[in-house]
Design a protein around this ligand. Structure first.
Ligand SMILES: O=P(O)(O)OP(=O)(O)OP(=O)(O)OC[C@H]1O[C@@H](n2cnc3c(O)ncnc32)[C@H](O)[C@@H]1O
Ligand SMILES: [Mg+2]
Length: 197
């Protein structure tokens, strides 16, 4: 395989996938690279897998090429797993990373450090014309900070401190984030499949 379409309109994700796949000699294009506007895909599933499959399969059917989709999110123990599959729009429409972060910090205001445990999850779906969709999952364990720190990355990175680190994901360099992230862990799970392409 020389090229794969990443079924995302999230710039942060698109950039991370471009870097991961370049390491395998595979070129990526995201939905942001198409001149003709591709309609937003409604994420109506009730699991990360269902939403990843919806995104990958709809774009595969539209373009008839191999497509990868990522459905990801933040799972916070003290919030019973929220925002979970609702991570992108936790504070409502229009989607805003700042508003989402503000909502999480407010909800965790009185929660002590010890029990601010959380994890990022990334579920990848790869849909290829004529083939069954495959799935891979990756996690990154950590804790939710009390304040916003750093400006790298996207989404909840400024309030997530990965296990074993004393900086937030947004204070790590892109290369550091990409070596430990949930997305990287999911890509590692894809390695054997990629070697056979
Ligand atoms: O559906 P697409 O177009 O891919 O883009 P999206 O941003 O809507 O993506 P999701 O539906 O998978 O929602 C994932 C949300 O989880 C959060 N998230 C996922 N990966 C993250 C990461 O690496 N760092 C910080 N936040 C992340 C962030 O808020 C994302 O918007
Ligand atoms: Mg989405």
């Amino acid at each position: 395989m020389k090229q794969i379409i990443i079924a995302t309109k999230n710039k942060g994700k698109a950039k991370e996938f471009k870097e991961f796949f370049a390491g395998y000699g595979i070129e990526t294009k995201s939905l942001l690279d198409f001149e003709k506007e591709i309609q937003d895909i409604e994420e109506t599933g009730s699991t990360f897998e269902e939403n990843a499959a919806l995104k990958a399969e709809q774009i595969r059917d539209l373009l008839s090429v191999p497509v990868l989709a990522d459905d990801s999110g933040l799972i916070i123990d003290a919030l019973n797993g929220r925002p979970g599959i609702f991570s992108a729009r936790y504070a409502g429409e229009p989607k805003s990373d700042q508003a989402n972060i503000k909502k999480v910090l407010a909800e965790l205001k009185t929660v002590p450090e010890k029990v601010r445990t959380a994890r990022f999850i990334c579920v990848l779906a790869i849909a290829i014309p004529g083939e069954e969709t495959i799935f891979r999952t990756g996690y990154c364990e950590g804790k939710i900070d009390f304040e916003v720190k750093g400006s790298n990355g996207f989404g909840y990175d400024p309030i997530f401190t990965p296990e074993g680190y004393s900086k937030t994901m947004a204070q790590l360099s892109p290369a550091e984030k990409n070596s430990i992230s949930h997305r990287k862990q999911a890509i590692i799970q894809l390695e054997e499949w990629m070697n056979n392409q």
